[in-house]
Write a protein that binds this ligand. Structure first.
Ligand SMILES: [Zn+2]
Length: 224
């Protein structure tokens, strides 16, 4: 066994399998390419379907991911294949969200601004994104804000021995955003060895990349 907390601690903590999957995608909490290669080589990644060992299996199509500052990140997701059942899974770093062209930090920045009362047009102007795109993020999030708040509040309570619940916030979106921030802080305090885990990476990891996907969180924690 490895010393210290596992790199996939966040995903473990959130109660799901170490790597979470939907639609054949496996989310790796630490997206560092060299680390993912080592974990593949070491047989440390488990098939979400059968629990078998995942091995490398080429790469998925390259795609640009828009980030907060600077040019797009060129993401070339690693593919993997289960040695037991033969299923293939794409390994996606947790700073991404599933099926989103913007990094979690970009969408998170929009949610934080909305929590502070900004409208979608103003946010879109600041982030340099189309207003319709930002409006879509905010609508998705707002539609599930109470469920998201509950999800992260439960995680916060489980993580911290002495949880400090977020103070009352102005509206469900703000309450959900402060619950996410609170859970990320609790993780950082409990496991300082993890180093800095950006709040929106933690949120993506906790949600299996589904933070603003329709229907997340569902009735069951692992519902797909
Ligand atoms: Zn398998």
């Amino acid at each position: 066994m490895r010393r210290g907390p596992p790199r996939d601690l966040l995903a473990k903590l959130w109660g799901g399998p170490p790597e979470l999957t939907l639609g054949g995608v496996v989310l790796t909490v630490n997206g560092d390419g060299a680390l993912v290669e080592r974990r593949l080589a070491g047989g440390e990644l488990a098939c979400p379907g059968c629990g078998g060992v995942l091995g490398g299996w080429g790469h998925a199509r390259p795609r640009p991911v828009r980030v907060l500052d600077g040019p797009d990140a060129g993401l070339v997701p690693r593919r993997s294949r289960c040695r037991q059942c033969g299923a293939t899974h794409v390994l996606l770093p947790a700073w991404c969200l599933l099926r989103r062209a913007d990094a979690g930090a970009v969408i998170g920045a929009a949610l934080e601004a909305a929590a502070a009362g900004a409208g979608h047009r103003a946010i879109a102007a600041v982030l340099g994104r189309p207003a319709s795109t930002v409006r879509g993020w905010l609508r998705r999030f707002a539609a599930r804000a109470e469920e998201v708040r509950v999800f992260f509040t439960v995680l916060l309570a489980r993580t911290s021995p002495d949880p400090v619940m977020p103070a009352g916030a102005a509206g469900p979106v703000a309450a959900a955003v402060s619950a996410i921030a609170g859970a990320a802080v609790a993780v950082a305090q409990r496991w300082p060895e993890l180093g800095t885990v950006p709040v929106w990476t933690a949120a993506s990891a906790a949600s299996g990349g589904l933070l603003i996907a329709p229907g997340w969180p569902g009735q069951g924690r692992n519902a797909s």
